[in-house]
Design a protein around this ligand. Structure first.
Ligand SMILES: Cc1ncc(COP(=O)(O)O)c(C=O)c1O
Length: 460
């Protein structure tokens, strides 16, 4: 059945029907049906940093969709590029490529610090991670480490929803799925607020990085193919490491000939105020997984970007071929969306805006320390920030789980016209990179008001 529903033809009765259909037939991702049944937010329009629901309510999207709407909503030139490519040729016969796919590979190499980079395009972030890991394993084989299959990642990271990515993430928020991928090994994650070891933060960060080395040495370097980390872990609450952390990861990877993978599904394409996160620290990973902001979510696309050194290992004979295939990886229509999106990034200097507005956001958020329940404010590296709430600031004591912050806060923020469903003990803030200072004020004022309300409710 073709949908005849447009925002203009909606009325109260049709909205109720849609709620009913959704309630009966739609799996929303990673949320409990009973939590939204009958009152699902149905979005019908977007413009800049604003979105509008079927009921006509307008909200500022402080999460950029799910960490991706970097160019903001309603970009006609992206829609035009999608239309033009669909009418020209939407997807080619296997074995060939298309204009936007090739041009996008060139553009990514131009923006990436290693201009000799080669991109393997996929459909999203989980596939980008899986591709990066498979590439690292095959590279290790080609590079004389035939038995290397182990991959080291950090506890509480998030690397995606597919089976291997879940093994790497070891995230307690995910459903247990039985045995993990053999060879998935985990080390302590960096946490700037609750340092995992006592000591000076830089020393602790280096100690955390050194755990990768300990595991490599213990397991045998010849068995370890890759180490993977996010430059800033969003899943772990927007954890910005000191420069020395990634610099040390690079040294360890070089010392033991292990492929260093940066999971930049969130941080890639400007989120940290640089095109790519590790550029902030002068570090070049071997493979970078990206998705989300490469198209600002206008179409699904991801990539594993390999440096020339890694990519060149795959140029040779049949044995060197990377036997990895994703049917819609790098779909030409999505590639056309990505190109149009990145053109906007360059024209409007969204990466520079991310840096400038990121600093502004961070400074404004620091004012929230006037609330006793604000334990920590993290950010300062682009438009990725967080406010962590605690019941006791001196002891950094989290609120008991039954306080229900993860249910209350998003609602309190919705009441103030802010979408921020990643709000609970940690309120994550990740707006479109096109945001201005007035809009940032609007977000921070809303959080301020929500904290006032919460404090009144909790009697703090
Ligand atoms: C760091 C990171 N890696 C990988 C993924 C998986 O991406 P996708 O949901 O597009 O498969 C995500 C998704 O949020 C992510 O945050």
């Amino acid at each position: 059945m073709t949908s005849t529903t447009t925002p203009e033809t909606l009325n109260g009765e049709r909205i109720e029907e849609l709620q009913q259909i959704a309630g009966d037939h739609l799996f929303m991702h990673a949320v409990q049906t009973n939590d939204w049944r009958g009152h699902l937010k149905i979005y019908v329009k977007g413009d800049g940093v604003w979105v509008e629901t079927v009921n006509g309510d307008r909200y500022l999207d402080a999460m950029a969709g799910l960490w991706y709407k970097s160019a903001g909503y309603g970009r006609k030139e992206i829609a035009d590029a999608v239309y033009a490519q669909t009418m020209a040729i939407d997807s080619p016969p296997a074995g060939g490529s298309t204009l936007p796919q090739i041009e996008l590979a060139g553009k990514v190499a131009e923006l990436y610090p290693d201009h000799g980079a080669r991109s393997f395009f996929v459909s999203g972030g989980s596939e980008a991670v899986e591709t990066a890991v498979k590439m690292a394993k095959k590279y290790s084989q080609l590079n004389g480490k035939g038995g290397a299959f182990k991959v080291i990642s950090r506890r509480y990271s998030y690397h995606g929803g597919t089976a291997m990515a879940v093994s790497l993430g070891r995230n307690p928020a995910a459903d247990p799925m039985g045995p993990e991928m053999p060879g998935a090994l985990h080390v302590t994650n960096w946490n700037s607020y609750r340092l995992p070891f006592a000591g000076d933060p830089v020393d602790v960060a280096i100690k955390c990085a050194n755990e990768f080395e300990e595991v490599i040495v213990h397991q045998g370097p010849e068995t370890v193919a890759a180490m993977i980390a996010e430059p800033i872990s969003a899943a772990y609450g927007i954890q910005v490491p000191p420069a020395e952390y990634w610099q040390r990861l690079r040294e360890i990877a070089d010392k033991y000939d292990v492929v260093l993978i940066a999971d930049e599904v969130i941080t890639g394409f400007g989120r940290t105020g640089e095109w790519f996160g590790p550029m902030n620290w002068g570090v070049q990973p071997d493979v970078t997984a990206v998705a989300k902001a490469i198209t600002s979510g206008y179409a699904p696309l991801g990539a594993a970007i390999a440096t020339k050194k890694i990519a060149d290992a795959f140029v040779g004979g049949p044995n060197e071929t990377f036997k990895h295939l994703i049917t819609f990886g790098g779909h030409p229509v999505a590639s056309a969306a990505a190109l149009a999106n990145l053109k906007i990034f360059e024209r409007e200097d969204l990466v520079g805006n991310s840096r400038r507005m990121g600093n502004y956001l961070y400074e404004k958020l620091l004012e929230l320390f006037s609330h006793k329940m604000v334990g920590d404010v993290r950010g300062g590296l682009g438009l990725l920030a967080a406010v962590e709430l605690v019941s006791d600031r001196a002891n950094k004591t989290p609120f008991p789980a039954d306080t229900g912050l993860a249910k209350q806060l998003p609602k309190m923020l919705f009441d103030r016209n802010i979408v921020s469903f990643r709000a609970g003990d940690v309120i994550s803030i990740c707006p479109p990179l096109s945001i201005n200072s007035d809009e940032i004020d609007f977000i921070v004022d809303a959080i301020d008001g929500a904290l006032d309300e919460l404090e009144a409710e909790l009697g703090i």
